[in-house]
Design a protein around this ligand. Structure first.
Ligand code: GTP
Ligand code: MG
Length: 207
């Protein structure tokens, strides 16, 4: 699927700067350098929309992009700063967590979080902590394995099954690669399906 249009909306460094919710929102989360910005560009069909970089920690702000998915559906994509990069965590330690918590924990327009995991790294402690926290807030987690082109085709599916078990959610991770053009339609389908369903209740505020 190729959306009709996509544009940058705003960057925010603090919750006070978050834009008013205008459309259903999908956030893209994952370790620094996992490929969040590249994936947003691939989904949007718009190369320079989100800035990508070889240097981890490139995206330090929360960035909103507005995507006209179909004639009837407009969504906001939220590109989150990556976690797990020491140099950035150090100087933003006081800022990153409250920013992410304000966004993921308190925004009713936010419906799904695409959780990006580098297929070669697999699940680490951050993801094991993060997934139950997201589910408790009524967010749908869409696991996505990035950089699938870095592994041979025969290796991909067994790793996806292992990661599915480790994450403990029923959804099979989507194999994704911007290099190989893999997973774009499948991820679009998962996003549109989530948006069409009613929002599940929040189970907890501070689990
Ligand atoms: P931060 O904003 O720094 O957290 O990074 P990010 O998660 O937004 O990653 P970004 O999209 O900037 O990509 C990081 C690096 O991975 C860049 O050098 C990309 O070219 C590369 N990359 C992204 N997606 C793929 C992919 O599917 N395959 C391969 N081989 N490289 C990729
Ligand atoms: Mg980025």
């Amino acid at each position: 699927m190729r959306p009709r249009a996509a544009r940058f909306v705003v960057s925010a460094a603090r919750p006070e700067d978050f834009p008013p919710a205008a459309h259903p929102e999908v956030a893209f989360a994952g370790r620094s350098n996992v490929g969040k910005s590249s994936l947003i560009n691939a989904l949007a069909g718009h190369d320079g929309l989100a800035r990508t970089s070889r240097t981890p920690g490139r995206t330090r702000l929360v960035n909103w992009f507005r995507v006209d998915a179909t004639a009837a559906v407009t969504l906001d994509f939220v590109d989150l700063p990556g976690y797990g990069y020491a140099a950035v965590d150090h100087d933003t330690r006081t800022g990153w967590r409250p920013l992410i918590e304000a966004l993921l924990g308190e925004r009713d327009a936010l419906r799904a979080v695409a959780l990006l995991i580098d297929i070669r790294r697999g699940v680490e402690n951050e993801e094991l902590d993060f997934v139950p926290w997201l589910l408790a807030r009524g967010l749908t987690v869409i696991p996505v394995l990035t950089k699938a082109d870095k592994l041979g085709k025969a290796q991909r599916q067994p790793i996806a099954m292992k990661i599915k078990r480790e994450l403990g959610i029923g959804t099979t991770p989507i194999l994704f690669s911007t290099e190989a053009g893999l997973g774009i339609d499948e991820l679009w389908r998962a996003i549109l399906k989530t948006i069409a369903a009613p929002r599940p209740p929040r189970l907890a505020q501070d689990a």
